[in-house]
Design a protein around this ligand. Structure first.
Ligand SMILES: [Mg+2]
Length: 269
């Protein structure tokens, strides 16, 4: 892996906890979800009385979907309802939008989940390269690890188990709940720091989305942007890289291959 130091003044304390986003940061099971969500939303908006051209809608939708990536999926659907209303349409309940989205996405990813469970697919082929060994190494070093995702909780638990990485997280897996207002990545971070009575400099966060990077920087943690290419599973995705830098990432990595230099940075002693 090539480590890019975006913020040369970054500060590392004694790292005690590590927070990982799931989709795109570790797992590629849901790779391509944007190609399901964006067309579904464009379809919906094209049905409103006062809509823009399909092309304009596509880039507009892609932009707000991306900015909300990392938050619970429901927030993207709430935004869709607002956009439908703004164009003179009568929106559905955001929860119904979410169900419809998930039904469409599931068609695309079901064979991946089933393949993992049956042993037909090797978990190493469904994660960003080097991820499993890297998690194992942090675990070996005694870092307390948390998995936080905007994907519904039961799916995150199920998919983490299918990948065999649930063992590193124990009961510290936090997916989206129906009462979404009660939990977010920000509240998970607060919980981590409060429950262990630690400062932000003891936390490192790995994520490929805006939200987890921002939340981590708000408490003074070290934010590692994972600008992953989810199709190749290694190498940099330039578009993600640019977004992660804008969100405030201290370091950028493309994947977890050859992790020694990164481990030396994280654990200087
Ligand atoms: Mg992600």
């Amino acid at each position: 892996m090539q480590i890019e130091i975006v913020n040369p003044g970054f500060h590392i304390g004694n790292i005690h906890s590590a927070l990982f986003d799931f989709d795109g940061t570790i797992s590629v099971i849901r790779q391509g979800w944007q190609d399901v969500m964006v067309p579904m939303m464009v379809e919906e908006l094209l049905r409103t009385p006062n809509h823009e051209s399909e092309e304009e809608l596509r880039s507009y939708v892609r932009e707000y979907v991306d900015l909300l990536t990392g938050k619970d999926t429901i927030y993207q659907m709430i935004r869709l309802a607002e956009e439908v209303r703004a164009r003179g349409g009568e929106p559905s309940n955001p929860l119904d939008y979410k169900r419809e989205y998930h039904a469409r996405l599931w068609k695309r990813i079901e064979s991946r989940v089933m393949g993992l469970k049956s042993g037909k697919i090797n978990p190493r082929d469904m994660v960003i390269e080097g991820a499993i060994d890297f998690l194992a190494e942090l675990h070996r070093r005694g870092v307390v690890m948390y998995l936080a995702s905007g994907t519904d909780h039961d799916y995150v638990v199920d998919e983490a188990r299918a990948l065999g990485i649930d063992v590193f997280f124990g009961d510290r897996i936090f997916g989206a709940l129906d009462n979404y207002w009660e939990r977010s990545k920000a509240t998970v971070i607060k919980h981590i720091l409060r429950s262990r009575n630690l400062g932000g400099e003891s936390l490192v966060t790995f994520g490929d989305g805006f939200v987890e990077i921002e939340n981590c920087k708000q408490v003074g943690g070290l934010a590692v942007g994972v600008a992953s290419d989810e199709v190749k599973r290694c190498g940099i995705n330039a578009w993600k890289r640019e977004r992660l830098i804008r969100a405030g990432a201290d370091l950028i990595i493309p994947d977890y291959t050859d992790p020694e230099p990164l481990l030396e940075m994280l654990f200087p002693n």
